[in-house]
Ligand binder design. Structure first.
Ligand SMILES: Cc1cc2nc3c(=O)[nH]c(=O)nc-3n(C[C@H](O)[C@H](O)[C@H](O)COP(=O)(O)OP(=O)(O)OC[C@H]3O[C@@H](n4cnc5c(N)ncnc54)[C@H](O)[C@@H]3O)c2cc1C
Length: 415
């Protein structure tokens, strides 16, 4: 099977790269084993919240010089200052271009509300999610927080307590809908995805409940368990009398699943081929080029492409595998940077930076994967699998996945 570019891994990074290449007329295939990190997403994309030395960042663009100084192997340092600025802007335009409406920009982080009601800096947030432009207060004096009776993945009291510290009062309302009853028979069924499947079809009944109980409040706060269907939240916004804002629940993430599905469908509309449930297991490399890729489902029938993008994610998605004594990349056995002494992999203080979070595949400055120290000409490495950054401590996970994907697409297209 012959393509211009073969992309391994169809999460945020693989999909953005595939869409970008397909928009320019390339014939691309994405081969992806299964769920991606988007299925657990907060609904916000982080670009850079904290520098490696712990300094908080409010303007990611203005902090790039210092990041490059502190972390020369960081994917943003490999991009370099000018390209980082360019790719951050390109990313914002990319989302507008594919009709994903997001709040925020790279010049100024805003603050999203976490499932615990805390404010956390971020770059771009899905429209309709609760957020604030400043971290000392919220934009409402009083809110009505709603939750379904028995839904345990959303914590109205924690949220109300945190909101009060920021000067916002809350009324908490628990409600019920007869159509939810069948889910309640088994507690494990009362999860955000199952609830959304019901609520998306019961907008007018839901709006009636919210309208009846939100008098005297500036806004309605609702768990993000609605909106698997594209227009459900929009219909609810139109049917309620107060502005409504969502707060992420514990996973699975409705907004993340929706984004994954939306990007997947967009890629298909551009003529892309997406092979879900298949895994690439090995490759033939000849003359410093990947010439054939083999997957579990296609056996001896190889995939070929002028270029290959490895976007298989980190440990979570098995793009990296950790054993008791080594960390390796399972498709090409690319060079991985990690500490040889296992004690440096982790810190017993669990909220501290963990060594393993920065380990990843080594690349040159163009994100071409290294095999025994040598860059493979047509193999690019994108997203969470990359070395040199800590997505959790630095708050840069989605940013690295998006910017590296766009930069790689640009390199491939400029060939
Ligand atoms: C649980 C979780 C939640 C996160 N939430 C956020 C957030 O809210 N905001 C934020 O900014 N960042 C978040 N991050 C950081 C995250 O890494 C990025 O946001 C980003 O989504 C990662 O995208 P990716 O495409 O690089 O990798 P992934 O999303 O991990 O996708 C990799 C894909 O490759 C597939 N794959 C793996 N091996 C193979 C193979 N051999 N063949 C074929 N396919 C393969 C996997 O099945 C998977 O679908 C989160 C990370 C995790 C782990």
């Amino acid at each position: 099977m012959k393509f211009d570019t073969v992309i391994i891994g169809g999460g945020l990074s693989g999909l953005i790269c595939g869409i970008r290449l397909s928009q320019q007329g390339q014939r691309c295939v994405i081969i992806s084993s299964g769920q991606s990190a988007l299925h657990f997403s907060s609904g916000s994309f982080d670009l850079l919240n904290v520098l490696p030395d712990g300094t908080e960042v409010s303007n990611p663009l203005a902090s790039i010089d210092e990041l490059i100084r502190q972390a020369p192997e960081h994917p943003y340092a490999k991009l370099g200052k000018d390209k980082f600025l360019d790719m951050a802007f390109t990313a914002e335009q990319f989302f507008k271009g594919v009709n994903i409406s997001l709040k925020g920009n790279a010049k100024q982080n805003h603050y999203r509300v976490t499932p615990m009601g805390l404010l956390k800096p971020t770059w771009l947030s899905t429209q309709g999610f609760a957020s604030s432009n400043i971290n000392e207060s919220l934009p409402w004096k009083k809110v009505a927080i709603f939750n379904l009776i028995g839904f345990l993945d959303f914590y109205p009291q924690f949220i109300a307590d945190e909101f009060l510290k920021l000067g916002t009062e809350s009324d908490i309302h628990l409600f019920d809908l007869p159509d939810i009853e069948h889910l309640r028979r088994n507690p494990s069924e009362l999860r955000s995805t199952n609830i959304a499947r019901v609520l998306d079809k019961k907008i007018s009944e839901l709006a009636e409940i919210l309208n009846a109980k939100s008098n005297g409040c500036d806004a309605i706060i609702f768990p993000a368990c609605i909106g698997l269907e594209s227009d459900a939240l929009h219909k609810l916004e139109e049917a309620v009398e107060k502005p409504i804002f969502l707060i992420p629940t514990m996973p699975p993430s409705i907004v993340g699943i929706h984004t994954q599905q939306y990007l997947h469908d967009y890629f298909l509309k551009l003529g892309g081929v997406y092979m879900l449930g298949d895994s690439v297991k090995k490759a033939d490399i000849e003359g410093n080029k990947v010439v054939r890729l083999y997957s579990y489902n296609h056996g001896d029938i190889p995939f070929t492409g002028k270029d290959v993008v490895l976007a298989t994610g980190s440990y979570f998605s098995q793009g990296l595998i950790a054993t008791s004594d080594r960390i390796y990349e399972p498709v090409f056995n690319l060079d991985v940077s990690y500490a040889p002494d296992r004690k440096e992999w982790y810190n017993t203080k669990i909220f501290e930076s963990q060594g393993y979070q920065k380990f990843g595949v080594k690349t040159d400055r163009s994100f071409r994967g290294l095999l025994q120290g040598q860059a493979i000409d047509n193999l690019y490495v994108s997203g969470a699998i990359l070395e040199g950054f800590n997505p959790i401590k630095e708050g840069c996970g989605a940013g690295v996945s998006i910017l590296s994907a766009l930069a790689i697409a640009e390199s491939i297209l400029s060939k």
